[in-house]
Design a protein. Sequence first.
Lengths: 477, 477
Amino acid sequence: MAKKITPRSKDYSRWYTDVIQRAELADYSPVKGCMVVRPYGYALWENIRDGLDRRFKATGHVNAYFPLFIPMSFLQKEAEHVEGFSPELAVVTYGGGKKLEEPLVVRPTSETIIGHMYAQWIQSYRDLPILINQWANVVRWEMRTRLFLRTTEFLWQEGHTAHATYEEAQEETLRMLNVYADFAENDAAIPVIKGRKSESEKFAGADTSYTIEAMMGDKRALQAGTSHNLGQNFAKAFDIKYLDRNNELQYCWTTSWGVSWRILGAVIMVHGDDQGLILPPKLAPFQVVIVPIWRNEDEKAQVLKATEKVKATLAGVRVKVDDREEYSPGWKFNEWEMRGVPLRIEIGPRDVAQDQVVLARRDVAGREGKSVAPMMALAQRVPQMLTTIQTDMLDRARQYQKANTFQPATYEELKTAVVNGFALAYWCGDAECEDKVKDETKATIRCIPLDQGGVGPGRCVVCGKEATERAVFARAY
Amino acid sequence: MAKKITPRSKDYSRWYTDVIQRAELADYSPVKGCMVVRPYGYALWENIRDGLDRRFKATGHVNAYFPLFIPMSFLQKEAEHVEGFSPELAVVTYGGGKKLEEPLVVRPTSETIIGHMYAQWIQSYRDLPILINQWANVVRWEMRTRLFLRTTEFLWQEGHTAHATYEEAQEETLRMLNVYADFAENDAAIPVIKGRKSESEKFAGADTSYTIEAMMGDKRALQAGTSHNLGQNFAKAFDIKYLDRNNELQYCWTTSWGVSWRILGAVIMVHGDDQGLILPPKLAPFQVVIVPIWRNEDEKAQVLKATEKVKATLAGVRVKVDDREEYSPGWKFNEWEMRGVPLRIEIGPRDVAQDQVVLARRDVAGREGKSVAPMMALAQRVPQMLTTIQTDMLDRARQYQKANTFQPATYEELKTAVVNGFALAYWCGDAECEDKVKDETKATIRCIPLDQGGVGPGRCVVCGKEATERAVFARAY
């Protein structure tokens, strides 16, 4: 606990790791590439999961569970898919003491096994659409790992849907992209750019991939969720067919979409500061921490009584009371600031005498973030303040993203722009131009935004050829 | 959907499988030994999970997540543990296209990897107790599998706690056994016998294992949850030590406890009948199904309007409205009975005219289960009836268990008893007597009940030697 957090300006990457370890969100494990999510981090993940799950159910989806193991032959049925995932597979070759006849892959994603089941469950148009989501662990062998952002095993959700028409599949693909954006902005307070992936960046096996991209505190981009229109690629590979209203056999149109615990890394990087985490109230395991302050037994009794009273008025708020004897109030302030609790309530003997408390916002440093409130007002005031904090955090992140997004007109300007943030620039659609930028600047095309801002055609920032769309170029996690 | 459910009396095992498949709880998968949990089954599992999770949190536990993969060497650190689990392991030997230096085991349970982490997290008595639970998938290679009851991969929760003293560990072990029993009886309506496992039946690596045992509809036993006092076995194997108040290094005392989706199999077998599932209201994905009935468009409009009104009065109840046009009311009655929905509400034109509905309980067949209620009364009546159904289901299962539990005094009586149900009989504690019963009758000692019913010592039902305790002998799943 003595370990200090490295300042962001000194080493952003170390700051990130320090915060995670100091706040006990996660820890390294003895298994290469795998991490342990500690209780505080898991509580945060549970809130992320619940926020997403609620939205999935509200849009008609149901949860199910498919096997962890996938026969190797299944992956090989979709050519692009197996090519994309082969280098990342973990393979089980022994089971129950015997060598397996066919090796089993630990799922890197479940399009194949789910496609196999859909082929059996779907007979006619009456069975469509199928709208299933799965919360699961998946494994992708990674060489360079980073807590939450890139780990060999990770937790995620993967939605898999089957539809009668291309239009319905496309509608679903965009619906879920919007669900992700809604969650990111309203629960995680992370502004995102919704867009299409370029051909070279799309999911292995998809017709079109969509993404939400967010700007981290170091101005790099992070892909926070993806939604794929898989066309009929998997339907053809797995023979997912239905009898239409004219009694003719048709291939289904399928989609898949996923968000992983990676988004927890985004929450850390978008909001955190040199003191540690700043958690948006909707996701914070504890929304409020109450720190009672006393110097003697008399005061202690009074203050703890008031603390209980205050806690009781905050029904529906996730409150932590830190009445530990072995730590000083100052130590506790630092501790809970580091752990990102949105709002602190201080109750000392003077406060009790005046029927008031001191409130301190985590997201606004120093005096400016402090206020005094009558105890009677807290039942209203605290939820209001949490709402304000939530909104302010989103606004601040939005301003940061805006301030660090540039619109370079020339290749030279682009090169400078991607060092300092996002570059929104015309792109002709040619992979050669995309590769050139990547090779020379390390920036990739994060997406072609769905909202092009109402501008007309222009000239590709790389080759100068005519371009109808603008893309976001950035260095990414 | 045309497939009929085999009657229980004809073939109990096929009845079980038929019910699961017809009700779309689960399906076989193309991966040997693994199953697919379909949305209806998963919704049931989510309610089981939530009921348990709520209880874990209320008793001070927090969730976390540990890696799926465990280095083979970890398992070998605890001698009994590796011996017990070796035959059941799935082993990853390739990762990222390369052969691994040390094979990784897909977790069959997580005492070892969690023990390794606890050794790093625990320094002093101030860090104790650690009360962590994990919801996860685990893999145990099974030769003969059965849906939910015995599958190669299964979902479960595993609690792992570390304490300063034996007493605290023992208290925790029994606390969680009681939590399981409370869940089984109050949520799943399954009466259970709490007891200690015999030496030969205990968890590989435990000092003492406790279990809750339930009687299925075919009078066989099913172990529905276990709680283990691990003594200092894993603490010594993984060097989990703490500095006590005297600044002396001590080994911790650890426990582990788990419930899997196996308990879902118990819900099916304890309550189901030849028509299909009967689900306890607290776990049912839909507690009420409303079937509107009409013959023409006029009636349809009226009836659907009333249906909406009824649904709106049932806030807080999980209601499904089945207004599909392509199925008849009779078909729907059968369908939702088969799927075990506790209460059906029928609304026809006459009911609308009289501001009433027909209620039909799933757990009471025929006229006896039917009643009529004014629409105005439903907001009160429906929750009351659900409570009554829940209680009646537990009572019925309790009576069934009681009626089929025998107290044989002789070995001959024991042999008859275990064919017809549970046998509660004196046992001297000798493994030889236990083995003899197992070999000759296929019945095992399910547990030595914690509640011995206040009887004194007696004579071992097998060898006639003095015995201080009675054990439950039964054939088991």
